[in-house]
Design a protein around this ligand. Structure first.
Ligand code: AMP
Length: 463
């Protein structure tokens, strides 16, 4: 305890040696303590090192790269004549992220005199081209529009000193990989590269390996919802019956709105179609949908025009829905951390929410992984197993206000108390947890009987 307090006391933005004009802007933002990723990353970025950061939006990642980048630009100001060259390029998948990042550079750099611009598609390029012509130090861009402007000779990247690739996994999911490689091909070989991705599948690691030089690796656990509480339950239901169970649950008016997660894009479309046929207003968002389609679907959901949003993990990342009553895991995620991200979407800002998980026979190992991560058994929902074509029994109480709330925050890993934003070095097992390997966690491996089955029986008995 004492040790913890001491280490917290030591943290402050002053200790990084950032320039006073940047510290002033940080103070104006009312940031007093660096977030874990800032604490880990800022010293290395200041040194000019390459970085591989496993972190998602919401962890304070933007300031983790923007503050030291601004510092470095100020330390070595450009003194040439004529138009300012682009010294920093930030590539990010969506216009919302681009806007947020540009805004952050504006806020943190407000006393520096440095200039930034933002380019993204879907709008006229005129004002973007004008800004570029005036000369800027920092460019925040989405890949498609940047390539357009490059092909027109409006952007030259040979002067870039620091390149930031943000949300690399989402870029890949959105099919940007070739665009990214083309853009990187135009950057000088000698540069600093900061690479961020919330997940690190093989393809992302491959890309990272090909563009980073001796990177510092940092991983940060996403900050869980501190204020809210989520009641969690599991429904044991076989795959063909999941859609009937979902329709049945949605028949309850306490389900004001629901974010439904499927493992695949195809699954999201299929569930959406089946709900629509059942007269439930539903839309899907996933990587195969255009930016406009996703924004529209999200807008409709937020405004209450649709009641159900069906999403894949990556598409749902970063979206913030205030007032979400239910999260339904139609498929269990194969990465247990995704479960925590998913259920953190409800129960925000002190409200209570309900997270329901459908678990088929093949998904039992995933459930075991989740329960190991959160260190508790998910209570089994009442009125189950659900059987289509039969009376499903008394409905589960789906009113979040009456729900038996289990706090989300008692997460642990390897026997430690869960602390939001905790970081560990990787690679290796990215979660550092002991026990079953990913390969072993595939559905079907050891599912059903044995210990798992016994534990199931114990659970039911305990009820
Ligand atoms: P990001 O992950 O960069 O999108 O940041 C998430 C949110 O955290 C943004 O609203 C930031 O303004 C805020 N934030 C970033 N760093 C800090 C900090 N050290 N203290 C308080 N808030 C912060």
């Amino acid at each position: 305890m004492t040790e913890q307090r001491t280490s917290l006391e030591r943290r402050s933005f002053e200790t990084f040696g950032l320039r006073p004009e940047i510290l002033r802007a940080v103070a104006e933002k009312n940031y007093t303590t660096p977030t874990p990723i800032q604490e880990k990353a800022i010293p290395f970025v200041l040194e000019g090192k390459d970085l591989l950061g496993c972190a998602q939006t919401g962890t304070g990642k933007t300031a983790a790269f923007a503050l030291p980048i601004l510092h470095r630009l100020q330390e070595k100001p450009w003194t040439g004549r004529g138009r300012r060259p682009i010294r920093v390029l930030v590539l990010t998948p969506t216009r919302e992220l681009a806007s947020q990042i540009a805004e952050s550079f504006g806020a943190y750099g407000r006393h520096t005199g440095l200039r930034h611009a933002i380019v993204f598609g879907g709008v006229s390029q005129h004002s973007q081209a004008q800004a570029l012509k005036q000369g800027i130090d920092i460019l925040v861009a989405t890949p498609g529009r940047l390539l357009d402007l490059m092909s027109q000779g409006l952007v030259h990247l040979k002067t870039v000193e620091t390149f930031v690739l943000d949300e690399a996994d989402r870029m890949l999911d959105m099919g940007f990989i070739h665009d990214i490689r083309r853009i990187i091909g135009q950057l000088p070989g000698k540069r600093q590269t900061l690479f961020f991705s919330a997940t690190m599948p093989g393809e992302i690691r491959g890309l990272a390996d090909s563009i980073l030089r001796d990177p510092v690796r940092i991983a940060v656990t996403p900050v869980a919802t501190p204020a809210g509480a989520v009641a969690q339950r599991v429904h044991f239901v076989e795959k063909p019956e999941k859609i009937d169970l979902l329709k049945h649950l949605l028949g309850d008016r306490s389900v004001k709105n629901a974010l439904v997660f499927t493992r695949t894009k195809h699954g999201a479309d299929k569930v959406t179609k089946q709900l629509e046929r059942h007269n439930v207003r539903a839309e899907a968002i996933h990587g195969n949908k255009s930016q406009n389609a996703r924004e529209k679907a999200l807008g409709n959901f937020k405004r209450g025009r649709t009641r159900v949003l069906v999403a894949t993990d990556i598409a749902a990342r970063g979206i913030d829905i205030v007032d979400l009553s239910h999260v339904i895991n139609f498929d269990l995620p194969n990465e247990p951390e995704s479960y925590v991200h998913r259920i953190g979407r409800t129960g925000r800002a002190g409200a209570s929410g309900i997270a329901l998980s459908f678990c088929s026979h093949e998904e039992r190992p995933f459930l075991a992984d989740i329960e190991r991560l959160i260190r508790k058994h998910l209570p089994v929902a009442e009125g189950h197993p659900f059987r289509s074509g039969r009376n499903p029994g008394p409905p589960t109480d789906l009113d979040p206000r009456r729900a038996h709330v289990v706090p989300v925050l008692s997460m642990t890993r390897a026997g430690e108390s869960f602390r939001p934003g905790r970081m560990d070095a990787f690679p290796g097992r990215s979660d550092g947890r002991p026990g079953r390997s990913r390969r072993e966690s595939k559905p079907g491996a050891g599912s059903g009987g044995g210990k798992q089955g016994n534990r199931e029986a114990e659970r039911r008995h305990a009820r």
